[in-house]
Write a protein that binds this ligand. Structure first.
Ligand code: AVI
Length: 332
């Protein structure tokens, strides 16, 4: 199987015209920025898979360890006949661990923007889980989408959002996602989220500056993609990967820093850079258990249980939808 088939695309992609609008708009803004969802073209997805194998990048290993060690306990929160709905399913690797530990799950609904990939993954999965109904849905997980009728008819729906992808949302977007998940999953739902935890800056800085330079290539690939798809003229030698932990905001920031004063054309527009000016390409928020619980509570979810690895680097947190409507909030 080609590497791409296993590539995870953690954040939904958008249509091409919004790619151009988002990139040009973001590069004309101050400070300059491009949304992280545009990292994941074919090369970017492959590079992300390689990041997860780097010795410094602990999140994937820690989350897999927690799942392997505690899948039996997590399974106890899932009633017979339930539907497991995975948001941004990618390679299904993590869901497979849960599904093996919870044979009472009747339905698995992987949701991902890439229809071809989820259909292929679903076809591969069916022979391994002959009693499970696998019903992929091609949708953008940050927008409204309908579950298949069988999933709606299941006694209960359990959302699964691993990989700390929630950390790539701004906190208000994460809150919005949690409310949206509540609406999609419906009464009595459970939600299992993988979230990266706050930890010493040295560990975070190393994880996003791996010695092999894979994260740097992942970041710079954004410019290659802009050059290819939007007629860009970025000189990749003129930019450098910068990643650092911002302690005040509990997030790792990734930037592409201009090494000199220069210009680049994108979709017919000229963008000017000062020496040292950056394009902000990603935030990866790190949560305390309490902070994520507070965010979830605000969206109508009651914390049920938390599992962490031995170092307390990463967490898997389970929630249950309460009957009370979430507090009304100002527009986000
Ligand atoms: C997908 N996401 C959770 C990764 C993260 O750690 O924020 C993306 C990533 N960016 C650089 N390395 C990995």
């Amino acid at each position: 199987m080609a590497a791409l088939a296993h590539s995870r695309r953690p954040l939904p992609q958008a249509a091409d015209d919004s790619f151009a609008a988002d990139v040009v708009g973001g590069l004309q803004a101050t400070p300059k920025r491009v949304p992280p969802k545009y990292f994941y073209d074919a090369t970017g997805s492959q590079l992300f898979d390689r990041i997860t194998e780097q010795p410094e990048y602990y999140p994937t290993r820690c989350e897999m360890r927690i799942l392997q060690d505690h899948a039996g306990d997590i399974a106890k929160l899932i009633p017979a006949g339930a539907a497991l709905v995975e948001f941004g399913s990618g390679s299904n690797k993590k869901a497979r661990i849960l599904l093996r530990a919870a044979p009472q799950i009747a339905l698995y609904v992987p949701v991902d923007i890439c229809a071809e990939m989820i259909e292929r993954e679903a076809a591969e999965m069916r022979p391994d889980f002959p009693r499970l109904k696998v019903l992929p849905v091609a949708a953008d997980i940050t927008h409204d989408f309908a579950l298949p009728p069988e999933a709606k008819a299941a006694p209960l729906r359990v959302g699964f959002f691993p990989g700390s992808t929630i950390g790539n949302f701004e906190p208000h977007e994460a809150a919005g996602f949690l409310r949206h998940a509540a609406k999609i999953l419906g009464p009595g739902a459970r939600l299992i989220i993988g979230a990266d935890l706050i930890k010493p800056a040295e560990i975070l800085n190393a994880a996003y500056n791996d010695a092999a330079g894979v994260t740097a290539s992942f970041n710079l690939n954004l410019l290659t993609r802009i050059n290819r798809e939007l007629g860009g003229s970025f000189n990749l030698d003129g930019f450098e990967h910068h990643a650092f932990y911002n302690r005040e905001r509990h997030r790792v920031e990734m930037h592409l820093a201009s090494l000199r004063r220069q210009k680049a054309k994108v979709a017919g527009e000229t963008i000017e850079f000062r020496a040292g000016e950056t394009i902000h390409t990603e935030n990866s928020y790190k949560y305390s258990i309490e902070k994520l619980a507070a965010l979830a509570r605000g969206a109508g979810w009651r914390p049920l249980q938390v599992w962490t690895d031995d170092h307390n680097y990463f967490s898997i947190q389970a929630f249950e939808l309460t009957d009370e409507p979430p507090p009304v909030r100002a527009a986000e």
